[in-house]
Design a protein around this ligand. Structure first.
Ligand SMILES: Nc1ncnc2c1ncn2[C@@H]1O[C@H](COP(=O)(O)OP(=O)(O)OP(=O)(O)O)[C@@H](O)[C@H]1O
Length: 249
């Protein structure tokens, strides 16, 4: 659900001087950035850098204390997710007492753009039994169901907050493959937050690096690593430089 309209309705995210302040201080400050269409975006930064806060502002779960943010041209209203956006939170909230099949039925009931065939295919591909209660699944299996729920909506923007942590290496590869092909074939934008830089390598083509609530580096990965520096190394280099500057100050 959204309210105010912004002219560029094709753009997944446009943040202009956006900030979020808590009692302890600014979690995100004067952040201006664009998340373009059809990209797989790495959202990275040290603990407490503001990654989840940025996702919260995009989903509308948090209201900005300053500046503005537009999602497909609309300012998030805080009354629910934008119809074109799916969000997979770190905790992956699912109803434990529902079966996997019932979870997908719930997805169908709550999403007008639901693609049942696709969601079922993702669950089957992951080898998760449809009749199992969600509460009995392993962490990795729950992640696959949560992902099917998020993708079954056929979103144009998918936000994933550290989604791969409890997946085995093969499952991780499979999930990343699905995300990349979705981004390319369906024109979906994926924002992937992770501390494991190696798993973003070769997957993400756009980078947003936050540090202490501010954007340290953002843009097209090829452009940023003009000398062919791998993404992980590029990020580490900037994180180290920012940390060294803080020590020196
Ligand atoms: N509800 C809250 N109340 C007060 N401070 C908060 C709240 N949520 C986040 N913060 C603070 O805002 C800052 C940014 O937090 P955020 O969770 O966005 O960081 P993050 O980059 O996602 O961190 P991590 O990598 O550890 O998950 C931190 O200093 C955090 O303590």
């Amino acid at each position: 659900m959204t309210t105010r309209r912004h002219p560029d309705r094709a753009l997944p995210v446009l943040a202009e001087g956006v900030g979020k302040r808590y009692r302890r201080g600014w979690a995100l400050e004067e952040t201006s950035l664009v998340i373009p269409e059809n990209r797989v975006v790495a959202l990275v930064g040290p603990n407490g850098a503001g990654k989840s806060t940025l996702m919260g502002l995009v989903t509308g779960m948090l209201r900005p204390s300053a500046g503005s943010i537009a999602v497909f041209g609309d300012e998030p209203s805080g009354k629910g997710l934008h119809p074109a956006v799916s969000y997979l939170a770190q905790q992956k909230p699912l109803y434990r007492q529902l079966t996997v099949a019932e979870t997908l039925t719930f997805g169908a009931r709550t999403n007008p753009t639901w693609d049942q065939g696709y969601a079922s295919h993702l669950v089957e591909q992951a080898g998760v039994p449809m009749n199992a209660k969600v509460g009995t699944l392993s962490g990795g299996q729950r992640t696959r169901v949560a992902l099917a729920l998020a993708l079954g909506k056929r979103p144009r923007l998918l936000l994933l907050d550290e989604p791969l942590a409890d997946l085995d290496p093969l499952a991780r590869e499979a999930v990343l493959r699905v995300l990349m092909s979705e981004a390319r074939m369906q024109g979906m934008t994926v924002v992937l937050s992770s501390h494991v830089l190696a798993e973003l390598e070769g997957v993400c083509d756009h980078l947003v690096l936050l540090h202490r609530g501010r954007v340290l580096l953002a843009g097209d990965v090829n452009r940023l690593s003009g000398d062919g520096t791998p993404l992980g190394e590029l990020v580490l280099r900037h994180m180290r430089a920012a940390a060294a500057q803080e020590v020196a100050a």
